[in-house]
Design a binder for this molecule. Sequence first.
Ligand SMILES: *Cc1c(COP(=O)(O)O)cnc(C)c1O
Length: 382
Amino acid sequence: MPIASTNRSTLQSSISTAAIGRGRKPPSTKAETLVRATGVTHAALRLRLDSSALKQNWHWLQKMSGTATGAAIKADGYGLGAREVMNWLAAEGCRNFFVSTWVEAEALGNIPDGTVVSVLHGAGPDDIGTALASSARPVLNTPQQVARWKEAAPGRPCDVMIDTGINRLGLRTDEVHLLDGLKIETLMSHLACADEDSEMNAVQRDRFTAVAATVGARRYSLANSAGICLGRDYAFDLVRPGLALYGGTPREEADGKIRQVAFPEAEIIQRRTIKAGEACGYGATWTAQADTEAAVVNIGYADGYLRCFAGRGAASIDGLSLPLIGRVSMDLLIMDASAAPDAREGDWVTLDYELPSAAEASGLSQYELLTGLSERLERRWV
Ligand SMILES: *Cc1c(COP(=O)(O)O)cnc(C)c1O
């Protein structure tokens, strides 16, 4: 079977699939793969991942929703590592996992007992062979997908997406008669504006309630992370959080409840003194007013730490703050290390990456901050 490219590299997909085939635990990221393959003893960059925060976030979402709580683990678990997220959450009682593509579903390997994976992009013209051989089930999104599934897999359970206003994926509400004869496990819809106080939220909820009254399914599901914060009348039988599991704050109701999960860490490669009047970095955009102790750190925009952090980013070491000075390079940052006189080559710094504030500083969304982190960072769960 040819392996389609995903947002993770083809190399990674083929290596993981081969590793699963040999019954060996697949390396979680390209960083780990390359470290293993090259015999280098340490990856120079890492993403420290706090499993207790992940679990606690899931439990908070479950308590808020008061109903069965799944997990969106598409895009490799928002960049954290889908399979590891699945393992941690399955052990807490999470049963439903959502990926976007069949490649993502298959890359999970043998999934924990009692769990189910749903593929959000559904069953396209080239997916049927994979879908029939897979234990995952499609979320059917279009009349074409519904017809295809009825023909290829009569009587076999599936999920279905109904469009109640986002006009992205899903059957229109006047197309639901096409669903007759399907064995629907979860009927779902998706909110367009759940992170805002929009009138559209209640409109979508009410449309979904109306559809649910006419279309038989074992369960009904509407809310993502932000939708869970809207209240229990949005929760139905199953909720599908993603962002908030991983430390994102989707709405103010979650302020102070969600813990940071992902901590990018990088290494100091050089310490130097920038003399008063000298500039640093590309474009010489920052000039030292006085002699300034600087630390050069091995992360940059190629790692997903984008140029919009210039003038706003920072890192810390032992609780001391090191502001970013000058531009972000491809693989390097220059930090003002005045506050940390003892920090030296080989020391690790933790970038300021608490999602709501990093989003505010960078102008990137909390989602982009997670999913943009490159494979060069070794994912390390603690
Ligand atoms: C990604 C996704 C989710 C999770 O959304 P968050 O905003 O990350 O909580 C839920 N449902 C669907 C259909 C999705 O595509």
